[in-house]
Design a protein around this ligand. Structure first.
Ligand code: UD1
Length: 460
């Protein structure tokens, strides 16, 4: 198997390009039915937090089923800057954080990736000190970190924000965090993960109440347990962590990406195709499957880790409210909006998790959708067809929604701003091509000889 450094992966075009320099385009010719099986990659949100979790352990850790994504590369770069050895071998990351030497994460990288803030918990737990710039990430609202900070303070850390950087330290001779009882005002995924990681090496027992129950939180807990952490209750709203003095080496494989799987289910639905998805954990997709069935699609679990979607007669409107897991995921909201633009009747989507996460509406309307926004509600009046248009991706899941709309639209759609897509989907264009989609990715349209990334022979 080929050994390669984490930075930058050759199959990630523009992986280090600043977003404003991103000129990449995807042309999609819609109305083509898809068919076949799609392989679902490892979960982005598990991979990112588990990479941070590997800082807790001074021994070798091998993390398998890690998707090849710009965000994963960026996280690898941040960890390298902190003194961690990170090496990619195939779909596995080999990490060693023995010489964790630096307690400040670099701003240029952290500002591009909200998940990088996750390093604060493990850094504090291992070194007793951490300095992490306030994070960036998708432009989908203010996204504060107050719950992370308050939880760390409850565990005895001294935390203050100065010049845009969070400075955290633990006093005392052994510089260990203290177990605490923490109630989260909101079941934040990131805060639950930060505090769970910090508590693994704390002195005594920590209880996190109103904890997030997302599958990625459970995946992180399982990874930490594989390193010797003592954690109970992950996947419920109360997580109890008994601190241990040290964690040890492990080999761990992360779960399939439920959001990528959900996106392909919607691709099948919107193009009225017969698709099979493997591997998946159907239980992680309960809310998504329930809504697809309400719209009129047929979904069957052919084996415990394979789902098949087949077309129904009609697609009918349905209402959706995003909620913390096991409610309907905010990360599937934009994709379902694309599907509902072509469903009969009026649907209402209510976004309750993030403010400012309806920016794809304007672009979908450019393609002929009929959507109005009132506060955090989008009212979608089904239309018989969408038409291809030039559109701009505004964030990760919004980009996916535009790809889905384009697959169903009449004519050609050109999507600009693929850096969002590359952050979170492993070769989405390539996977769609294998299913028969007609698309072309151009990474530098201004170059004399454009670099065409993915073109199906004879298709375009
Ligand atoms: C994670 C996921 C993201 C997903 C989101 C919700 C990763 C890398 N990202 O993001 O894909 O959309 O969960 O499922 O795992 N909040 C606060 N204070 C805090 C923390 C959060 O007010 O300290 C608010 C946020 O602004 C937001 C809500 O809580 O309105 C949910 O955020 P959170 O669950 O923390 O999401 P992330 O961990 O950022």
């Amino acid at each position: 198997m080929e050994d390669k450094p984490i930075t930058p992966s050759p199959n990630l075009p523009n992986s280090n390009a600043a977003p404003e320099e991103d000129k990449s385009l995807m042309h999609i010719w819609g109305g083509v039915p898809l068919q076949g099986q799609v392989n679902i990659s490892g979960a982005k949100n598990s991979a990112l937090v588990i990479m941070a979790g590997a800082l807790l352990c001074p021994d070798d850790c091998r993390i398998q089923n890690v998707p090849s994504l710009v965000d994963v590369n960026r996280m690898g770069q941040i960890l390298s800057a902190l003194g961690v050895k990170v090496e990619r071998k195939g779909d596995a990351l080999h990490m060693n954080a023995r010489h964790l030497h630096h307690s400040k994460a670099p701003y240029e990288l952290v500002s591009q990736l909200r998940a990088s803030f996750f390093v604060i918990g493990p850094l504090l737990a291992r070194l007793g000190v951490a300095r992490v710039p306030l994070p960036g990430g998708c432009a989908i609202g203010a996204r504060p970190v107050d719950l992370h900070v308050r939880g760390l303070q409850a565990m005895g850390a001294d935390v203050h924000i100065d010049h845009g950087t969070v400075h955290a330290s633990v006093k005392g001779t052994n510089r260990r965090l203290q177990g605490a009882r923490i109630y989260l005002d909101y079941p934040s995924v990131g805060a639950t993960e930060t505090l769970m990681m910090a508590a693994t090496l704390a002195d005594g027992e920590t209880t996190i109440e109103n904890a997030a129950q997302e599958p990625e939180v459970v995946d992180l807990a399982n990874f930490c347990r594989a390193m010797g952490a003592r954690i109970r209750g992950a996947g419920t709203n109360t997580i109890i962590i008994s601190g241990v003095p040290r964690l040890h080496s492990t080999d761990y494989s992360i779960i399939p990406d439920r959001i990528e799987a959900g996106t392909f289910l919607v691709a099948g639905a919107i193009t009225r195709s017969d698709l099979s998805l493997f591997p998946v954990v159907p239980d992680h997709l309960t809310a998504v499957i329930a809504k697809l069935r309400a719209i009129g699609l047929h979904i069957t679990a052919e084996t415990p880790n394979r789902l098949r979607i087949t077309p129904g007669e009609h697609h009918i409107a349905t209402d959706i409210e995003t909620l913390p897991y096991p409610g309907f995921p905010t990360d599937m909201q934009a994709q379902f909006m694309a599907l509902l633009t072509l469903s009969e009747g009026d649907s209402v989507i209510t976004e309750t998790v993030f403010e400012n996460r309806l920016r794809h509406v304007a672009e979908l309307n450019r393609m002929g959708a009929d959507i109005r926004v009132k506060g955090n509600h989008a009212i979608i009046r089904g239309v018989p067809r969408l038409s291809g248009a030039p559109v701009v991706a505004t964030d990760l899941r919004a980009s996916a929604a535009l790809v889905l709309a384009a697959l169903a639209a009449e004519g050609k759609t050109t999507i600009q701003g693929l850096h969002h897509l590359d952050r979170g989907y492993e070769d989405l264009g390539g996977k769609l091509l294998k299913l028969g989609a007609k698309l072309q990715r151009v990474d530098d349209p201004e170059a004399d000889a454009p670099v065409i990334q993915t073109v199906a022979p004879g298709q375009v």
